[in-house]
Write a protein that binds this ligand. Structure first.
Ligand SMILES: C[S@@+](CC[C@H](N)C(=O)[O-])C[C@H]1O[C@@H](n2cnc3c(N)ncnc32)[C@H](O)[C@@H]1O
Length: 404
């Protein structure tokens, strides 16, 4: 493979922004990609993928390169040299790579690969917690799968099209996709492509949404005409899917504690042609009280560690902290306790997270069902999706029914 100095320079600069300035990887990469308009899709792909790879394996590469944070530019160049050697390429004869110890890099890799926290590049606390929660074997399998690059998955917006028609329209644009019978509205890209630039996207024919995430709305068993609340709606991934499943009939009340996210939801709903969604900002407990016992369905897509979606946000490994996890578990239980009251008798509620940790998932549901507010509910079903087993992001969902 022939390397281009300016592309590796861009990678080093992006890594500097992410590791040293604490910027989010996707934002840092987007910014760097604007640097040179002459870069084609392959150049841009190289910068993005190389940066993501080194973010994923930061701990391993830093240990092999024998460098420590905060990384100096020379340290980051050494990490890119490690990446080049481990990918099996020849190191270019550039000043930055002068005297790269190729054999030592390979030897160090063999030595450190035997240790999970180095091989999978995770903080000590995360490795310990993962082993404790899932057991060593399952954790090792899952964290390794979560370090792989994620597929790009689309959800056909059935308010505008169907999977087959969309697949043909994408193919006409030379974007080849496959289907997966487990996820009826999903199309999986065979090769990465910037689908956001297509007219099909701009006209609302699809959303980009992982297949795992696409199982949550159908899990709520919604029907056209129902009253549904999407309590942690964010920018509306699940609300839009619910609207499609409800064929735009009935009412979806989408709430969040951030107005900015709800504004983005409204924008996306317009593009998708979803007309039965109304947004409400949760700025006091009154908003929930007013809906007491009125909802046929409640979807709680709870805030969580995001460990199930590490493939998409590899830098979260370094941004997450144990204290954040303790707090988020409290928030999850509070959300279950406070929002469950909106479900009407014989109505149903889905509690979902993009986490693979039992302490955020079934344990939360168990605590809720054993509490006073949970006594009226029974657990009907639950499902855990895992990257190593299902091939997509990690998700958990539980379906509970309110008694008469
Ligand atoms: C997992 S994200 C939701 C993603 C969104 N449902 C989607 O599909 O795009 C969790 C959301 O919960 C929101 N949130 C956190 N605490 C909340 C609360 N007490 N009530 C409502 N929403 C809350 C966060 O702002 C965040 O947008």
């Amino acid at each position: 493979m022939r390397f281009h100095h300016n592309l590796l320079q861009a990678t080093v600069d992006a890594l500097h922004n992410i590791f040293n300035d604490g910027k989010y990887a996707d934002q840092a990469i987007q910014r760097i990609l604007k640097r040179d308009t002459r870069w084609g899709s392959r150049d841009r792909g190289f910068i993005a993928e190389t940066t993501y790879d080194i973010v994923r394996y930061k701990r391993l590469y830093a240990a092999i390169a024998n460098v420590k944070e905060p990384f100096k530019p020379a340290d980051l160049w050494r990490m890119t040299a490690v990446w080049i050697v481990l990918k099996g390429h020849d190191v270019p004869a550039w000043e930055e790579y002068y005297n790269t110890p190729v054999r030592r890099i390979k030897g160090k890799f063999d030595e450190l690969s035997a240790i999970t926290k180095y091989r999978e590049s995770i903080p000590d606390w995360m490795d310990e917690m993962g082993k404790e929660e899932l057991g060593e074997e399952l954790w090792n399998k899952e964290i390794s799968a979560l370090n792989q690059q994620a597929d790009v998955v689309l959800r056909a917006n059935t308010l505008q099209t169907d999977v087959k028609t969309l697949q043909e329209k994408l193919l006409a644009l030379e974007i080849a996709t496959t289907t997966d019978e487990r996820f009826p509205d999903a199309l999986i890209l065979k090769e990465r492509a910037n689908v956001f630039q297509t007219e099909l996207f701009q006209n609302g024919l699809f959303e980009v949404q992982d297949a795992g995430s696409q199982t949550i709305a159908p899990f709520a068993q919604v029907e056209p005409g129902m009253r549904v609340m999407d309590s942690c709606a964010g920018a509306g991934g699940k609300s839009l899917h619910l609207a499609a499943l409800m064929e735009n009939k009935g009412q979806i009340i989408s709430t969040d504690i951030y107005n900015g996210k709800l504004n983005e939801l409204k924008r996306r709903a317009r593009r998708a042609g979803a007309h039965n969604i109304e947004t409400r900002l949760i700025d006091s407990t009154k908003v929930i009280k007013k809906l007491d016992g009125k909802m046929d369905r409640l979807v709680i897509d709870a805030p969580c560690s995001g460990l199930g979606v590490l493939r998409r946000n590899p830098d979260a490994k370094w941004k997450l902290e144990p204290e954040f996890l303790d707090n988020i578990r409290k928030t999850q239980q509070e959300i279950l306790q406070s929002y469950s009251r909106v479900v009407k008798p014989e109505g149903m509620m889905v509690y979902a997270t993009c986490s693979i940790l039992p302490s955020e998932n079934d344990k939360q549901v168990e605590t809720f069902l054993n509490s006073e507010s949970g006594a009226d509910f029974e657990l009907l079903d639950s499902q855990s999706l895992m990257a190593h087993k299902d091939g997509f992001d990690g998700f958990y969902m539980a379906l509970m029914k309110k008694k008469k």
